[in-house]
Write a protein that binds this ligand. Structure first.
Ligand code: BG6
Length: 462
């Protein structure tokens, strides 16, 4: 069977500024939330490793770009760190930051790798955290101004922009499940943050268009297709619909259709946590939908109706329980389910319910603990599990494209092993190994060699 993709298909991988660059403090970079949080509570971070060095991309970007080329990537998504580009609330530019991002863009382009830039990957500068972060509408305005600066500085060479990476994770991580700063559990604050994140994204899109931005602008959403245990049971179906509303549609609908689903607004009102939206903000959201979508897909969500009444502070779990079943295929290491058909189902949803918007799989990946155990005699990580993981997702993506879905690329998370927030270097995701004990020495894994052949041939046959 042949799995051939179009000639201009994006073969690449994604990472982010805060997870790869390191170099804080240094070269005028301001503090962002993870720099701060790590200093406050290093014990929360796996192995006590914070964001100061990460994969040392700041110094090694040329070597990384060379290896990205070697593994066949024709595109790379990373993010600009707001805190590296802009020093303070007054908008003072950090010239060293401008120089760094200029050099990275030029280096990638010189090697035929398209840079796709995201403007925010969980890394709010502390000078805005101090003002309430995205609970404060001013932060949304500041984000739009920062975005405008980026378009002005780099717009000539960057053709695809993304406003936010996984905004729902900022909300749930910081304001519900305590995985991100400020690590509180408050549904009302969470709803307000979500609203301002959407507003910030739409305002950035507006800036892009106002400036006649060449190219396209999108947003990256992590979509978790939601399946209920007993589809014949109405309550079970409702639990899945509610989880889908809260975790997927809350950004998908306003970003792509320009409006919130009525059912979501009603739910938030019923709970007394619906933010007070200004009419002109809703108009900005309505008028500034994205050109394309980045979909991060790792695992689905399996839910069922609650078996016992919900107690405690308001959480999405009031409306469902998650469940596992025997025979469920799990990542042997990260604890996430592997369910490839969901990629196809996402694609069909986007085709049928969201105007067949152009999109790409902007993250998909397999985190593995203690990956050194798979190093073979030649010193190469023999990550056949990752090859299988990528290939099996591509098979479903291919089926979707054959059926008319508008998917233009596949990006693995990540090109190289990188720092993962509180998990630090626990789970390795890259096609390039980063040996942190040996001055971040880089070696291509078996998956990198496979990816090169696949990208060169534009697909594979089985
Ligand atoms: C995505 C994020 O949700 O998942 C990345 O965009 C993150 O920033 C990746 O690193 C993998 O998750 P984790 O928790 O295994 O590092």
């Amino acid at each position: 069977m042949e799995y051939q993709f179009s000639k201009d298909f994006l073969w690449g991988a994604a990472c982010s500024g805060p997870q790869s660059e390191g170099s804080f403090p240094g070269d005028g970079k301001a503090e962002m939330e993870w720099d701060y949080w790590f200093q406050q509570a290093p014990e929360l971070f796996y192995d006590g490793v914070g964001p100061a060095v990460t994969s040392d991309f700041y110094h090694k970007y040329k070597e990384y770009a060379g290896l990205m080329k070697e593994i066949g990537m024709n595109s790379y998504r990373t993010s600009i760190q707001w805190s590296r580009l802009i020093k303070d609330r007054e908008g003072t530019i950090n010239e060293a930051g401008v120089e760094f991002y200029n050099s990275v863009i030029d280096e990638l382009l010189s090697r035929g790798i398209e840079p796709i830039l995201c403007l925010h990957h969980f890394d709010l500068p502390m000078y805005w955290v101090e003002k309430g972060g995205f609970e404060n509408r001013e932060t949304a305005e500041a984000f739009a101004a920062y975005a405008a600066k980026c378009f002005e500085l780099f717009g000539g060479r960057v053709k695809r922009w993304l406003t936010f990476n996984e905004p729902i994770v900022i909300t749930e991580g910081g304001y519900l499940y305590k995985n991100h700063y400020p690590a509180v559990c408050d549904a009302k604050r969470a709803a307000l943050v979500s609203y301002h994140l959407q507003l910030a994204s739409s305002m950035a899109v507006k800036e892009f268009r106002k400036r006649g931005g060449k190219g396209q602008i999108g947003i990256v959403l992590n979509l978790t297709p939601t399946y209920c245990k007993e589809p014949e049971n109405a309550e079970d179906r409702r639990s899945a619909e509610t989880a889908d509303l809260l975790f997927n549609k809350s950004f998908l609908d306003p970003s792509l259709k320009g409006e919130y689903p009525n059912a979501l607004v009603e739910l938030l009102k019923k709970e007394g946590i619906c933010p007070e939206a200004q009419a002109e903000d809703l108009e900005v959201i309505r008028a500034n939908t994205v050109d394309f979508l980045g979909v991060n897909y790792y695992h689905p969500r399996r839910v069922t109706r609650r078996s016992s009444p919900f107690t405690g502070p308001l959480m999405p779990e009031k409306y469902f329980e998650e469940y596992t079943y025997e025979g469920q295929k799990m990542n042997f290491s990260r604890g996430w389910e592997i369910y490839e058909p969901a990629v196809y189902e996402i694609a069909i949803q986007l085709r049928d319910n969201y105007g067949n918007i152009p999109w790409y799989l902007s993250e998909n990946g397999m985190g593995v603990q203690n990956e050194e155990q798979f190093i073979g005699v030649d010193g190469i990580v023999e990550d056949d599990y990752r090859i299988e993981f990528i290939r099996d997702h591509l098979i479903w993506l291919h089926k979707a494209i054959v059926e008319g879905c508008n998917c233009f690329g596949y990006h693995l998370w990540a090109p190289f092993d990188c720092w993962s927030w509180k998990n630090a270097y626990k789970n390795r995701y890259g096609m390039i190994r980063v040996d942190r004990k040996d001055n971040c020495r880089l070696t291509v894994k078996k998956s990198g060699r496979w990816f090169r052949v696949t990208a060169e041939q534009g697909g594979f046959s089985l």
